[in-house]
Design a protein around this ligand. Structure first.
Ligand SMILES: Nc1nc2c(ncn2[C@@H]2O[C@H](COP(=O)(O)OP(=O)(O)OP(=O)(O)O)[C@@H](O)[C@H]2O)c(=O)[nH]1
Length: 379
């Protein structure tokens, strides 16, 4: 056998960098991802999106240009999600190895409710994944408007900030009063205390570039506050226990207080009705409306659906799409709420669409008197 006939020595493939993109509900993860994916530096990127609840909309809203994309709709943030992530990463590798996909980097966008510790623990300890991927960094987005309230109320948000290599402050362009600016400075101090080693970047200032976000180097928990190592150790124990623990999770339920649900209708909605419905919702339930995402068939523009985003009391300006992303032309509104009974919002929606029951007020009655029985807290 001549040298040229020798079987080529198998060189193990270079581990693929994997970035975890996290941040609380509505912080701006998909917006940032869309921007990043347009950059030629990220043309070879596979994306895994994890959405909370059983109806996923994000995959319709990510303007993916090429490469692989997977959506994991999984509400369970312990064993199921861990397993789903492993399965999704393995599937990507299979596609890569048999030539069905070609990518050099993976970005995992977590749900805003994700506790990052189990995901990190999985990425850092699963034997096969460790061989093929290297955790390149955790990028956490923090909304400058809602960030402080979110840190006060949601332990997941604190963990997301504490484990980050890069913290990106979003929505600083919306800070237009001296009080807002002061609140932003307090938030920055708080984030620095939570995670002194993370680089803080401002999205609106154009700092969230691929060069600043990617290539963080191997993930190093020892550079984080001591809690992070403890969380990861706790997760290692939880992962071991999960082998013996297969329980059924309601994918629309996060905990006792937080849940997701969807409203949908075939009926086109008049723009004025939609505005009234959203305003009433925002003014009545504001802070407990953790997230609202919708694609809406507006009566006046049936071929150009409206995309809506609500984050706590902030209703972002609506965007109009050039066309429907797929054949499904129904209005779909996904809500993630805290301490609100889905029935309350569903009945309000029905009233605005004219689906009233004999014992319930219609839209006019609600608008004339917003204290009719829709507004209450009902856990
Ligand atoms: N003004 C402003 N709006 C932003 C910024 N980043 C995101 N948004 C808006 O915030 C809303 C939510 O953004 P998304 O990117 O969908 O947030 P997300 O974190 O992916 O949301 P979830 O997946 O539900 O957790 C959208 O209306 C965005 O246009 C920003 O820096 N400035």
């Amino acid at each position: 056998m001549t040298a040229s006939e020798q079987p080529a020595e198998r060189v193990p493939p270079q581990p693929i960098p994997l970035t975890l993109l996290t941040g609380f509900l509505g912080a701006g993860k998909t917006t940032l991802l869309n921007g990043l994916l347009k950059d030629p530096a990220l043309s070879d990127t596979a994306v895994i999106i994890n959405e909370f609840g059983d109806i996923a909309l994000d995959h319709l809203l990510v303007e993916k240009i090429d490469g692989d994309m997977m959506v994991l709709s999984s509400g369970c943030l312990c064993c199921n999600l861990r397993g789903d992530l492993v399965t999704a990463l393995e599937r990507l590798l299979r596609n890569l190895d048999n030539g069905r996909a070609s990518f050099k980097r993976v970005i995992v966008e977590t749900t805003g409710l994700a506790d990052p510790a189990p995901l990190l623990q999985t990425a850092m300890s699963h034997p096969y994944l460790l061989m093929r991927f290297r955790l390149d960094g955790v990028v956490t987005l923090v909304d400058a408007i809602n960030g402080s309230a979110t840190l006060d109320n949601h332990a997941e948000a604190v963990k997301q900030a504490a484990v980050a290599d890069r913290i990106v402050l979003t929505k600083t362009d919306l800070l237009d009063t001296p009080e807002h600016i002061a609140a932003r400075n307090t938030l920055l101090q708080r984030l620095h205390k939570l995670n002194p080693a993370a680089t803080l970047l401002d999205a609106a200032a154009g700092e969230a570039t691929p060069a600043n976000l990617l290539g963080c180097g191997l993930y190093d928990p020892s550079r984080k506050i001591p809690d992070v190592s403890r969380w990861l150790a706790d997760e290692a124990i939880a992962a071991a226990q999960a082998h013996d623990h297969h329980h059924h999770h309601d994918v629309n339920r996060h905990d006792e207080r937080v849940r997701a649900f969807t409203l949908s209708t075939e009926r086109a909605i008049p723009a004025a009705m939609l505005d009234l419905f959203l305003e009433l919702l925002r003014s009545t339930h504001g802070p407990n409306l953790l997230r609202m995402k919708a694609i809406v068939n507006v009566e006046e523009t049936p071929d150009r659906p409206m995309v809506l985003h609500g984050v706590q009391h902030v209703l972002h300006p609506a965007a109009q799409l050039e066309g429907w992303p797929d054949d499904d032309r129904r209005t779909r509104m996904v809500f993630i709420v805290r301490d609100i009974e889905p029935r309350i919002i569903r009945e309000l929606f029905d009233a605005f669409l004219g689906y009233t029951a004999p014992d319930r007020p219609d839209a006019a009655a609600i608008v004339d008197n917003p204290l009719v029985p829709f507004g209450g807290r009902d856990r």
